[in-house]
Write a protein that binds this ligand. Structure first.
Ligand SMILES: *[C@@H]1O[C@H](CO)[C@@H](O)[C@H](O)[C@H]1NC(C)=O
Ligand SMILES: *[C@@H]1O[C@H](CO)[C@@H](O)[C@H](O)[C@H]1NC(C)=O
Length: 406
């Protein structure tokens, strides 16, 4: 049985509810109608664009809290969007068309509703405010400036306010001057959700310190974690220096799909357990909807296992991708489900109580995500969309110079 077939089979098992609401994962569908079931969308998996049938693909992971909230934060895995703000079709409020290539297809609010729980945002002082931007020669310019950061952070605030059990993490690629961010987060109304640095496990060499329990973070309303990429800001403005707490693999095409999972330059080695959070980047240097479609499928699951091995047998807490809704099946949501099942059960199958089971019995949906191979009793899987199409609007994957990545 091929990886793809196994994956599709598992997904079908995972989402029996989708059957009543529409087509299943991998079934062909009509992009003009809403023919796919809940948690799916009709999408294209190119190349080449414009040929073959569209198919239903997953847009949401199983809620990691399905496994309960009694574990430390570092025992959960969260769907993460790279350059969450760089959305297809954005027109800068300054009136310019944005010329840097986008990384996502829906708004941050929509991402959060689909279960994205960590955002990667590039912040710059620009035009009298903090903007989410890409740089051109190290500077934010009108035609690379997506949106004032305040607008997106207000979306995060609205989501946290109306979802009192949700925890969101923000990774800032930080080009701002000291002082800019504190004011920004206060203005966005996010101070009340702030996770205090004092409660973070210290990286004093103590090793593998556990984070607070998810339920305590929720009860204390410490539901927003913010990390800066600027070392000098550790402890200022409530900001935590990301690589004191997180190990992270190489981003961009260099870090994608190889036989190893090398660290990015700023990070401690992947197997450094003094940092108890693990972030896995899995996206190409030049963002492309069609490449993401392929790479977010079987290669992502393979990368997950590679990075687990590299990170001292730790499953990534954050799985960061471009175009998170693109795949030929389970995609990034499935990878998050697999990581959570492994984190909570430590085995391929587990019962709804989190114990290992010999086979996939009537266990929780998320625990089944890790199942491999799929149980023999399952019905025949749908035909995989070998060359599905391409309809959804969106620019062709125009090659872009590497400097956009930043
Ligand atoms: C390591 O951290 C734990 C709490 O997280 C603390 O109880 C313990 O004393 C620390 N050990 C050392 C050697 O610092
Ligand atoms: C993954 O991305 C690379 C570009 O880095 C691309 O060449 C490759 O075709 C993609 N893989 C799949 C399976 O689409």
């Amino acid at each position: 049985m091929t990886m793809t077939t196994t994956t599709l089979l598992v997904i079908v098992l995972l989402f029996p509810a989708a059957a009543s609401g529409g087509a299943l994962v991998g079934n062909s569908c009509s992009p003009s109608g809403s023919s796919c079931g809940v948690g799916l969308r009709c999408t294209s998996c190119v190349p080449p664009p414009g040929t073959g049938p569209a198919a239903c693909a997953r847009t949401r992971p199983v809620d990691p809290k399905t496994h309960g909230t009694a574990l430390p934060l570092n025992r959960y895995s969260w769907l993460t969007t790279h350059n969450s703000f760089a959305v297809v079709g954005t027109r800068s409020p300054l009136g310019s068309a944005i010329i840097s290539p986008p990384n996502q297809e829906d708004s941050v609010t929509s991402q959060l509703r689909n279960g994205v729980r960590a955002l990667m945002l590039d912040v710059y002082d620009f035009n009298g405010a903090v903007w989410l931007c890409h740089s051109f020669g190290g500077r934010c310019l009108a035609f690379t400036a997506y949106v004032p950061a305040l607008a997106v952070l207000r979306e995060v605030e609205a989501f946290l306010a109306s979802n009192p059990a949700e925890v969101v993490t923000i990774f800032l690629e930080d080009y701002t001057a000291p002082g800019s961010l504190g004011n920004l987060f206060n203005a966005a109304g996010l101070a009340k959700y702030w996770f205090p640095i004092a409660k973070m496990p210290s990286s004093n060499g103590n090793g593998s310190a556990e984070w607070p329990l998810l339920r305590d973070m929720i009860a204390d309303n410490h539901r927003l974690l913010v990390f800066t990429s600027k070392q000098g800001k550790q402890g200022t403005e409530g900001l935590a220096y990301q690589w004191d707490y997180v190990v992270e693999n190489q981003y961009g095409s260099q870090g994608l799909g190889g036989p190893s999972c090398p660290r990015r330059a700023e990070s401690r080695p992947m197997d450094s357990t003094a940092q108890s959070l693990v972030l896995m980047n899995f996206f190409t240097t030049n963002p492309s909807q069609s490449w993401a479609c392929g790479n977010n499928s079987a290669p992502l699951l393979a990368g997950l296992r590679t990075c687990h091995a590299a990170a001292a047998s730790r499953w990534p807490n954050f799985i960061a991708v471009d175009f998170y809704m693109r795949s030929s099946g389970g995609g990034a949501p499935l990878a998050v489900d697999v990581a959570n099942a492994r984190l909570h059960c430590g085995c391929d199958y587990c019962t709804s109580h989190g114990a290992c089971a010999a086979t996939a019995g009537p266990s929780s949906a998320s625990s089944r995500a890790a199942a491999s191979p799929a149980p023999a009793s399952a019905a025949a899987p749908p035909t995989p969309p070998s060359s599905s199409i391409a309809t959804p609007p969106g620019p062709a994957p125009a090659p872009a110079p590497n400097f956009w990545y930043k």
